[in-house]
Design a protein around this ligand. Structure first.
Ligand code: DAH
Length: 352
């Protein structure tokens, strides 16, 4: 039995030393020191010894156990140190080496333009609001002085929603213009008003200059004694801030049901530099040197009344422009087809 203990010590120590990693070491530990391991079965065998031999054998068994435990602990330490040593060489990084840049994105042109428009008007004291993409007929037309069947409605190529009509507000439509936000804003009941409503609008048109979904920004100011002079001043300020000092705008008399007097606002075309000529041909985009941005005017008394505002006491102006169109006219952009904006083509988007 003495020999058996001695052999166990030699074998176990050799097995521990030969273990190449923690898993192998654990397997050897189980084999020799486990509950059903070799040490345990030798200890069991001691029960069969004559009693006078037991104390000496017990002492030896104890010494062997201590030696094996020590061999195990030593190997464990060695393996741990080896692992750390490897980490230091394998996972070494050169802090002075140049890094790899993460891909860098940027805001979409339209998002950027919305932020700029918002910024210019908020600095004039206008509050940014947004109104629903789905609207009632009443807000989109009737409250804006366009009764049912009025021919002026034809200007808006409207998407009607196939849903039950509201008893007072009529049919549901995809918001055809941000002007529907005018009466919604008045109905908040807080005067005076300086609002800039930037929202999505929908029309049944798709061409080089039209998108079925686009954004408009609608400005509205209602106060005591607001006049066309204020309107002109605000629009001129916007044009200078947004397009730069070299671009020109003009007001053209026009007709809208919801304003009186009404105007259309044009800006000199960026593609042809306001000449209407591109090389030897007519400018494909504007055809005449000017591009229409949108409408404006003094709010019609009927519209004020629809919003619960007394036209005897208050007056106001409003204007509504397309964000995408306005953005296309930015200095140097030379974008000749509005549809590029929503094709999600990286070759296009990465240029900006
Ligand atoms: N809502 C008009 C459109 O979409 C634009 C417009 C014209 C807005 C005159 C106004 C305005 O506020 O006063 O064509």
């Amino acid at each position: 039995m003495k020999e058996q203990f001695e052999r166990l010590q030699t074998e176990a120590s050799a097995a521990f030393a030969a273990a190449k990693d923690a898993a192998e070491l654990e397997a050897a530990e189980i084999k020799y020191l486990g509950r059903k391991g070799e040490m345990a079965s030798l200890m069991q065998g001691m029960a069969g010894l004559p009693s006078h031999e037991r104390p000496a054998m017990g002492k030896l068994a104890n010494e062997v156990k201590i030696a094996i435990d020590r061999a195990l602990a030593e190997r464990k330490k060695e393996l741990e140190a080896e692992k750390l040593g490897k980490l230091a060489t394998e996972e070494w990084i050169d802090l002075t080496a140049p890094g790899t840049r993460p891909p860098e994105g940027h805001l979409h042109l339209v998002t950027d333009a919305i932020a700029t428009v918002t910024d210019i008007f908020t600095r004039l004291g206008f509050t940014r609001v947004r109104y629903p993409e789905v609207e009632w007929d009443w807000y989109a037309f009737e409250a804006l002085n366009m009764p049912k069947d009025h021919p002026a409605r034809d200007e808006w190529e409207t998407f009607f929603i196939d849903a039950p009509e509201h008893p007072k507000l009529g049919k549901m439509v995809l918001t055809p213009h941000t002007s529907s936000g005018q009466v919604r804003e008045m109905q908040k009941g807080v005067l005076p008003i300086r609002m800039i409503n930037i929202s999505k609008t929908y029309r049944r048109q798709i061409t080089q200059r039209h998108l079925p979904m686009f954004h408009q920004f609608e400005g509205m100011m209602i106060d005591k004694d607001v006049s066309v002079t204020h309107l002109k001043g605000v629009l001129d300020h916007f044009a200078r801030e947004f397009f730069g000092p070299t671009r020109k705008t003009r007001l053209r008399p026009y007709h809208f049901q919801f304003t009186e007097p009404s105007f259309e606002i044009d800006v000199t075309c960026d593609v042809c530099g306001g000449t209407g000529q591109y090389g030897n041909a007519k400018c494909k985009l504007c055809k005449e040197g000017w591009l229409e941005l949108g409408g404006a005017g003094m709010i019609h008394p009927n519209v004020l009344k629809a919003g619960g505002v007394d036209p005897e006491k208050w007056s106001g102006f409003a204007f509504g422009w397309g964000v995408e169109r306005t953005m296309m006219m930015r200095e140097g952009l030379k974008l000749d087809d509005i549809r590029h904006l929503y094709k999600n083509d990286f070759r296009f988007l990465r240029q900006f």
